[in-house]
Write a protein that binds this ligand. Structure first.
Ligand code: CAA
Length: 246
């Protein structure tokens, strides 16, 4: 029987490719998305049929703990026990500290960090019981190095790896690995929120000379989710075109 993977933010740029490569790797995949995305998914759903991949979508408000309880139960009922969770849902609300409001801080921390807790809480003990699990936290280059105008996002993304390091120790003896992937600047709609001149200057700072592609991140995630990566836990894997080398 195929294992089940849940990908939060599974209909976005990186999320969709993660669903694709997990499904190609033999997982049945549950992608979660927020209410405003649900009605725009006809093409997205149709493409999985064309490709013959088992990817289903579930509406989830990740900041709402009770909704995480409810939707996780629904996924388990429809698809089976969850073996892999990719905490991929993320938002930005950039601004210098001078301009950053409490709402901007709360929104980013609630989705990116507390959302990851809300979902991990639903699956972690069960993964320990079933003696197999993969938690993969999608963090960011900017959680590694900090980014001007992103105190909220950098804090939340760095916090995700703190959670990774703690849980890696809790799951290690039970076959549950917990790892962080830290993408650099990837070619997704999130880039459209960055003013053009700033984006140009960012690309100029990437030694490889281009943005990353979602499928490059997705293939790394699929490897970490596989049996081959059983000895890898607590890691923070950079994929950023050489923008942050340390
Ligand atoms: N370092 C130092 N100073 C900088 C700077 C930098 N990187 N960028 C701007 N400044 C300076 C400006 O020169 C200006 O200086 P003066 O006041 O002396 O003229 C000042 O900061 C501007 O400050 P403001 O508060 O007025 O800034 P702003 O409102 O014009 O813009 C911003 C701030 C919204 C953060 C804008 O700089 C921006 O969008 N930056 C990009 C942030 C970014 O990289 N976001 C990544 C999003 S994608 C992502 O996060 C995915 C991922 O995981 C990688």
């Amino acid at each position: 029987m195929s294992r089940v993977a849940v990908v939060t933010g599974g209909v976005g740029g990186i999320g969709t490719e993660i669903c694709r490569y997990l499904a190609k790797g033999g997982y049945k995949v549950a992608a979660t998305c927020i209410a405003s995305e649900v009605d725009k998914l006809d093409g997205w759903k149709a493409q999985w049929k064309t490709e013959g991949l088992d990817v289903q979508v579930f509406q989830l408000e990740i900041t709402d703990f009770d909704d995480c309880v409810k939707v996780t139960a629904e996924i388990e009922e429809k698809m089976g026990p969850i073996s892999c969770l990719v905490n991929n849902a993320g938002i930005t609300k950039d601004g210098t500290m001078k301009k950053m409001t409490k709402d901007m801080w709360d929104a980013v921390v609630n989705v990116n960090l507390t959302g990851a807790f809300n979902m991990t809480k639903q699956v972690f003990a069960k993964m320990n019981d079933q003696k197999f699990g993969r938690i993969i936290n999608i963090s960011s280059l900017n959680g590694r190095k900090g980014q001007f105008g992103q105190a909220n996002y950098s804090a939340a993304k760095a916090g995700m790896h703190g959670m990774t390091m703690a849980l890696a120790q809790e799951g290690a003896r039970k076959g549950v690995t917990v790892n962080t992937v830290s993408p650099g600047y990837i070619n997704t709609s999130m880039m459209q929120a960055i003013p053009e001149d700033i984006l140009k200057s960012i690309i100029a700072q990437i030694p490889v000379g281009r943005l990353g592609e979602p499928k490059e991140i997705a293939q790394l995630v699929a490897f970490i989710a596989s049996d081959s990566a059983a000895f890898m836990t607590g890691a923070n894997v950079d994929m950023n075109g050489g923008q942050f080398i340390h």
